[in-house]
Design a protein around this ligand. Structure first.
Ligand SMILES: [Zn+2]
Length: 470
């Protein structure tokens, strides 16, 4: 059967043809969503390996898929982490394993395939990070000129990706909302393809494939934990699960838990007060830039998904996110960005308060890698430098510091810092330091004594400065 799908306004229900290329409803300005014919969904078969394009029959048709090998990310069972939390059955859907290390590669693959198939040579995209990095990479692959509009505060790793994939980057405004309005203007003025998540209904279709994969990987969860910024991710996954239910591929829908940062939680506030629409925040603050969204455009859809699923919305502190990120890395070898780690951070309190049973099957969505974010990198480099790093330098530095504490002799130096190496090796380091003029020696009786020189003192103080910089 040929795919049967329409673009439908989520506000007023107006129906557009699926190939109309609309960003927003012409009647009311509402968000558009692809709605698949139920009879068609029941006939769908998936073929090929477990990768993104396996789900082509439930994606709006494109002429030729542009791919960097996205999707098919592992559903990792995490026993050590579960035990640490006192839980039985936890898995992480590890989206850091996508080509640009984030889940946004799924929507980028679909959006760029669409732009390329329609013959666009240029696109515009407002982004606060991961989506822009993905769009830049796929634009490079498809030879499309990529214009990214970004707010001022941006994770350095994501900016580096955008630059290396050769995107043109324009800084516009303090917030993502300001960048979006600039992208709308540019689309109109220049006739560029609109690749902004909030303005391109293909985003939802791309992201919903995460739900398909979770189910095919045998993970029908009781609870699904998803961090919320604009709300697009949680509503996309919910759409995927509901399609799977229509197809008869799952027996029950998961209950959703949506997590926001304590300092920026308009969707959680609306959930708690029973509102259908989140009130925009004046100035949302969190270190987790990926979910720092004060006016969540998909907020209504996210709230609907949370309520339909009989789920919860909760907040976590930035400190708890960072701590959870370290736990996930330390116990399971997965380096998640703070926004992703927020899912794990929320588990503790929900179990403690009895809202969730310890034996339930829980899946947390890890959307993106911690390597891209400033906050984690900064908090890690603030720690003491590991002695494993450049060990020759470190040993010499240790010896120099010991000698700077007052006149001493070789055997004493070896006792103080040389454990694990021969006394001969220590003498070699001492000889090197003396040759460089960092220490001087004098022979008294049978013993040679060492002391630090002015040059040695200056070197140590330079090393101290460097530590502060690091
Ligand atoms: Zn409408």
């Amino acid at each position: 059967m040929k795919p049967r799908v329409n673009l439908v306004c989520t506000e007023c229900g107006y129906v557009f043809p699926s190939d109309s290329g609309k960003n927003r409803c012409e009647k009311c300005g509402g968000i558009l969503e692809y709605v698949w014919d139920e009879e068609y969904l029941k006939t769908v078969e998936f073929t090929g390996e477990l990768k993104f394009w396996r789900y082509k029959p439930v994606l709006p048709p494109v002429k030729k898929p542009v791919s960097l090998g996205e999707g098919g990310t592992p559903l990792q069972e995490v026993q050590r982490l579960a035990e640490a939390l006192g839980l039985k059955n936890v898995a992480l859907k590890d989206e850091t394993r996508n080509p640009t290390n984030s889940f946004k590669d799924r929507s980028a693959a679909l959006i760029i395939s669409d732009a390329s198939g329609k013959g666009f040579g240029s696109l515009v995209c407002a982004t606060n990070g991961n989506h822009g990095a993905s769009i830049a990479a796929y634009s490079a692959k498809a030879n499309i000129a990529c214009h990214l509009i970004v707010p001022k505060a941006l994770d350095i790793g994501k900016l580096a990706q955008m630059m290396v994939y050769n995107a043109e980057i324009v800084e516009s405004g303090e917030t993502i909302e300001e960048s979006i309005s600039r992208a709308i203007t540019l689309e109109g003025e220049m006739g560029w393809y609109q690749a902004t998540t909030e303005l391109n209904p293909l985003s939802i279709e791309g992201l919903k494939t995460i739900a398909y994969e979770i189910v095919e990987q045998g993970g029908e969860p009781d609870w699904l934990f998803v961090a919320m910024g604009s709300g697009v991710t949680i509503s996309s996954l919910w759409k995927g699960f509901k399609e799977l239910e229509t197809m008869g591929r799952i027996q029950k829908l998961p209950r959703l838990v949506g997590i926001q940062a304590r300092g920026c939680s308009p969707i959680v506030s609306a959930f708690d007060s029973g509102d259908d629409t989140p009130k925009p925040m004046e100035h949302g603050e969190t270190e987790a830039t990926a979910i720092r969204v004060s006016r969540p455009i998909f907020g209504e859809l996210a709230l609907k998904a949370l309520r339909e699923s009989n789920g919860f919305a909760v907040t976590v502190s930035d400190e708890d996110m960072l701590a959870a990120g370290r736990e996930i890395a330390r116990l399971e070898g997965i380096f998640a960005e703070p926004a992703s780690a927020a899912t794990v951070a929320s588990l503790n309190s929900l179990v403690k308060t009895g809202k969730i049973d310890r034996i339930d099957r829980m899946i947390c969505l890890i959307t993106s890698s911690g390597l891209k974010t400033d906050d984690i990198l900064q908090s890690l480099t603030k720690r003491k430098r590991s002695p494993g790093l450049g060990s020759m330098l470190t040993t010499k530095e240790k010896i120099l510091r010991h000698i700077s504490g007052g006149e001493t002799y070789g055997y004493e130096v070896w006792k103080a810092v040389g454990k694990g190496m021969t006394i001969g090796a220590v003498y070699q380091h001492i000889a090197d330091l003396e040759e460089k003029g960092l220490i001087s020696s004098s022979l008294r009786g049978k013993r040679r004594y060492y002391e630090i020189t002015d040059r040695g003192k200056r070197t140590l103080s330079a090393l101290d400065d460097l530590q502060v910089l690091l």
